[in-house]
Write a protein that binds this ligand. Structure first.
Ligand SMILES: *Cc1c(COP(=O)(O)O)cnc(C)c1O
Length: 354
């Protein structure tokens, strides 16, 4: 497949690197590719970032048949551009595609196209401490059709957004509310895919948590509401009796690439690691017994997000006294140093772009 390139004539001004937020600014160009049953994936092209014109009947608007990914490009101290485990993102995109009846993409070609787009947009990749270029590959159903079935046509696009440091003033432990009232996903469903509807399903509980003064929701399993699942856009990990414990991938949890990186590093460091069912009661009991020493989330946006408070109804855990635990801190520093090219990459996670 031949990738074509239509450059923009007028480039947008670049934002101030020290004032970047998240997800509001988009670069000059994007990648687009279309799917048609007779042509397969075709017409891959890099062109100016621009609105789509879609009929109101377009299937994605009605039935939510769409999937996405989230990863970042980093600028190293030497000015090189690199990606962190991007092949795993495209592999996961195809996993989501299979579950949502979307035709799979050629993962190697998608990575090649992304690298080409990044080379064109390299001046958009910020270099200030903790900043990066967020990458959002997305596939949506594009048939103009009302009726529930898998679409016949799709658009695959990649957009780029320069983003600021997640912790501009240093680590901020988050407050998390455990909900029994709402569930995000159930076994046999699509909780293990990055699909739009999962996030729509999380909004009401998220708003209730915000109103109660909490940053995020910790979801319990959708069947018994007894077992810990994850935090909406992060996986969750605990240190109990010195062991790193996290819910096993049971089909309703998103298999985070950061989660996997954390587990691989911890095993390499000789820590005891356990992926298993984690009862929410067990977490509160460990806290009461004094064996729970850290709670943190993992995800691309923040890498590691320490939890300072966890509440379920009348039960409360306060942990770490506003500080980051030693394991969370070591993981955060190690992963960030690899991503930003400040340290060796013994795991082969880095994909150079330029
Ligand atoms: C993206 C995401 C994560 C984290 O995955 P990473 O690959 O580590 O970024 C966790 N949970 C949900 C629901 C997600 O969408």
């Amino acid at each position: 497949m031949q990738l074509t390139n239509t450059p923009r004539t007028h480039l947008k001004p670049k934002p101030d690197e020290n004032k970047l937020g998240f997800g509001t600014i988009f670069t000059d160009h994007m990648f687009n590719m279309d799917y048609h049953p007779e042509k397969g994936w075709h017409n891959p092209r890099i062109e100016p970032y621009a609105p789509f014109v879609l009929e109101p009947s377009t299937m994605i608007f009605h039935y939510g048949q769409g999937i996405f990914e989230g990863l970042k490009a980093y600028r190293t101290p030497a000015g090189k551009i690199q990606l962190f485990r991007p092949r795993d993102n495209f592999k996961r995109l195809n996993y989501s595609a299979r579950k949502l009846c979307i035709p799979e993409i050629d993962e190697a070609f998608a990575l090649k196209a992304l690298k080409e787009l990044l080379r064109i947009e390299k001046d958009w990749i910020p270099g200030a401490d903790g900043t990066s270029l967020y990458i959002r590959p997305t596939i949506v159903a594009t048939d103009p059709y009302l009726g529930v079935r898998a679409a016949h046509t799709y658009r695959f696009f990649i957009i780029l957004s320069p983003v600021g440091a997640y912790y501009p003033e240093g680590f901020n432990p988050v407050k998390i509310l455990v909900t029994r009232e709402h569930v995000r996903a159930v076994r046999g469903g699509i909780g293990d895919t990055k699909t739009m509807g999962n996030y729509a399903a999380s909004l009401l509980a998220g708003e209730k948590a915000h109103r109660a003064g909490y940053t995020q929701v910790l979801w319990l399993d959708g069947v018994e509401q007894k077992y810990v699942e994850e935090v909406g856009s992060m996986n969750i990990l605990f240190i109990i009796n010195g062991e790193l414990v996290t819910p096993e991938l049971n089909g309703s949890i998103l298999p985070g690439i950061t989660r996997d990186s954390v587990l691989m590093l911890a095993r390499r460091w000789g820590m005891r690691v356990s992926e298993r069912r984690v009862g929410i009661d067990e977490v509160f009991q460990a806290h009461e017994a004094g064996t729970l020493s850290e709670i943190f989330g993992s995800g691309t946006a923040a890498v590691i997000s320490p939890v300072g408070e966890l509440r379920l109804e009348e039960r409360l855990i306060r942990i770490g006294q506003g500080q980051v635990g030693p394991v969370a801190k070591r993981l955060f520093n190690t992963i960030m140093d690899i991503q930003y090219g400040r340290a060796e990459d013994p795991m082969g996670w880095i994909e150079p772009v330029q």
